[in-house]
Design a protein around this ligand. Structure first.
Ligand code: 13P
Length: 256
């Protein structure tokens, strides 16, 4: 049985005090569920350490939104997995579509980041997903399979089994449009089958696959009723403690 994940990507929002305050509310509202689901919040780098301090001992984990693959050295402006761990982080989002689009992040870079995160004992949350044009061209499965194959190049099955994949259709992010639960399930199933193709049944059945893209309290239950969806990566709705709390509760509530 895969343990479910409720992850909040705070993106470029929330200053230091606001991050600590939001973390405190998430802990107060939903800390009780931390024994049954993995709850993760991902603030900006600047707020990561203070947020992790606020959540220490709560069972709620903190993640970064990106990293650089090199170990320490002359890489101005970058942050590596070791520094994330040192600040209290235990997860890191990689390959988010906003980074792929705005910062031209490539599959090759995503792969390097995943490798360095595994080496630094940080759980990567690897984002994949198709654009609207790719969906309209009926290319979703090809695009997503390709992103998954390239993200895992050269990674051992035992390490791959502990990673997390987030299927985030680009057209659903921040738009209020979300994939139907059935559509999301079909792609998440294809992702799991791709992991099976690269590795084996054990790895495919261990990898946790999240859905992301306009997840809200009122659509999460449908998504969670699907077999291959193991949780959610939530953007906008994770900035409101009450709404995120309902999402966490729904994810926890679906556990038999
Ligand atoms: P929204 O939930 O705001 O659509 O963002 C999803 C996302 O990009 C999470 O990483």
């Amino acid at each position: 049985m895969r343990r479910r994940i409720a992850a909040g990507n705070w993106k470029m929002n929330m200053g230091l005090e606001a991050s600590v305050e939001l973390a405190r509310k998430v802990k107060d509202f939903t800390g009780i569920h931390a024994h049954s689901v993995d709850i993760v919040v991902c603030p900006t780098f600047l707020s990561l350490a203070r947020t992790a301090g606020e959540l220490e001992g709560s069972g709620i984990a903190v993640g970064a939104q990106d990293c650089y693959h090199e170990s320490q050295g002359a890489f101005t402006g970058e942050v590596n997995p070791e520094l994330i761990r040192d600040a209290g982080g235990s997860y890191c989002i990689v390959g988010h579509s906003e980074r792929r689009t705005l910062m031209h992040e490539t599959d090759k870079e995503v792969n390097l980041k995943v490798k360095s995160l595994i080496g630094g004992c940080i759980v990567p949350i690897i984002c994949v997903g198709e654009t609207l044009a790719e969906r309209q061209a009926l290319d979703t499965m090809n695009v997503v399979r390709g992103q998954v194959m390239r993200a895992y190049a050269g990674i051992e099955p035992e390490a791959a089994a502990r990673t997390v994949i987030a299927y985030e259709p680009v057209w659903a992010i921040g738009t209020g449009l979300n994939a139907t639960a059935q559509d999301a399930q079909a792609v998440c199933r294809a992702i799991r089958d791709t992991v099976r193709y690269i590795y084996d049944d054990t790895t495919a059945d261990s990898v946790r696959i999240l859905y992301g893209g306009s997840v809200k309290a009122d659509n999460i239950s449908d998504l969670m009723s699907e077999k291959d969806i193991d949780g959610a990566l939530v953007g906008g709705a994770s900035l409101k403690a009450a709404e995120f709390g309902k999402i966490i509760q729904a994810i926890a509530g679906m556990i038999q």
